[in-house]
Design a protein around this ligand. Sequence first.
Ligand code: PLP
Length: 391
Amino acid sequence: MQLSQRITGLTGGGSDGWDVFLKAREMIAQGIDVTELTIGEHDIRTAAPILQDMHASAMDGHTGYAAVPGTQDLRETVAARVQARTGVPTTAANVMITPGGQAALFAAHLAACDTGDTALYIDPYYATYPGTLRGAGALPQVIETRAEEAFQPRADAIKAHSKSARSLLINTPNNPTGVVYSDATLQGIADVCLADDLWLISDEVYDTQVWEGRHLSPRALPGMAERTLVVGSMSKSHAMTGSRCGWIVGPSQAIDHLITLATHTTYGVPGFIQDASRFALDQGTHFENEIAEPFRRRREIAAGILARQNTVGLVPAQGAMYLMLDVRATHMTGEAFAYDLLEAHRIAVMPGESFGSCAAGHIRVAMTVEDSAFSFALQTLCRHAEARAAA
Ligand code: PLP
C-alpha cells in the first residue's frame, strides 16, 4: 500500500550526518566503550522527589484522562513563571500543556501555517525542525547564518524570504550552536515579523541554561505577544526528558484553537506527569540552577582546554548544553572529523552538517558526561585535531 507523501517525505531524504551517531550506538551495542557526546540528555536522572511526587499523584488516582489543555494548576504555574521571567501579562488562558516541546513545535506550526505555506527556520537548526515543518504541511525555507557572525541571524537575510512566508522559527539559547541571540538580533527579528505579518515561533526550551548575556523572550518585545508562540519544556530545565511535558504560550485565541487540535491529536498529557511537573516548577530557580550547573562547570573546563591550543575554534558558548567547535583547520568536513575521531579514539560527537550546511566544518559536543571523562575526551579531541591539521 502506498503511504502518504507527508510521511514518506518527512526527512527530505539524503545523508544528514546522523550516520556517525548510529555507528556510535552500534559500537556501544557491541560492547565497545564509547564516550558519547552526542545527544542533549543530562547525565543525571530525574530527581527522586519529583518521581516521588509523580508516584503519589498516580497512587492518588491521577491516572485517567487529564484535562486536554493541561491541568489548571500546571497552566497557572507555567503562566506565573513566564510572567515573572518576561514581564508579559500571562494567564492560564495563554498556556497549553503538550507532550514535550517537540509536540509543541508541531502544533505551533499547524496553528500558524496552512498546507503549502512557507515556514522559515534558521540554519544551523535543531535536527527535527525541517521534518516538523514538512509534517505540518508547510514548505520549509532555510535562513542562513554565518560562523563568522557567531550564527546570529541577520534581519536582512530573513527579510529576503519573509514577504511570502507565514512563520519564522527561532531557538535561543540555541541548539546546536550554544549561542544566545542578542537583544539587537531579536529586535531585528521582531521588526521583520511585524513588517511582514509573520508568526514567530520561539523555541525557548534552554531558557534556564544561560552562561553569558541574558535570555530575552521575544514575546516581551513591543507588539510581539499577539504574534508569538513560545515553546517551553520540562525536559532540559528539570532533567525530565522522558516525562514528555512541555507547553505553548501564546494569545488566548490561538491557545483555544490549539486545544481543539490537541483534542483531535494528543488528547493531553498524563495527570501524574503534570502534577510532578508542577511540583518540579515549584522548586524554583535554585533547583533549575542546580540542574544547569554541570553544564556551566564543563563549559569552564572546556574554555580552559581550548585556550591552550589554537587548532580547534570555539563558537561563543553562551548557553545550552553544547559546544560548537570549528575544526576547519584540519581541512576535514565535520562529518569526516567525527568519523575519524570515533574510529581513532572512540569519542562520538555530532557533525555540524547534521544541523544544516552553515555548520559545515564544525562539530557539536554535548557536555553530557561527567567532568573528568568530559575533560579527557576534549583534550583528546584537540590533540587529534592538531595531528590532523599538521598532517
Ligand atoms: N527544541 C530544541 C532546540 C531541542 O534541542 C529539543 C530537544 O533536544 C526540543 C526542542 C524538544 O525537547 P522535548 O520534546 O524533550 O521537550
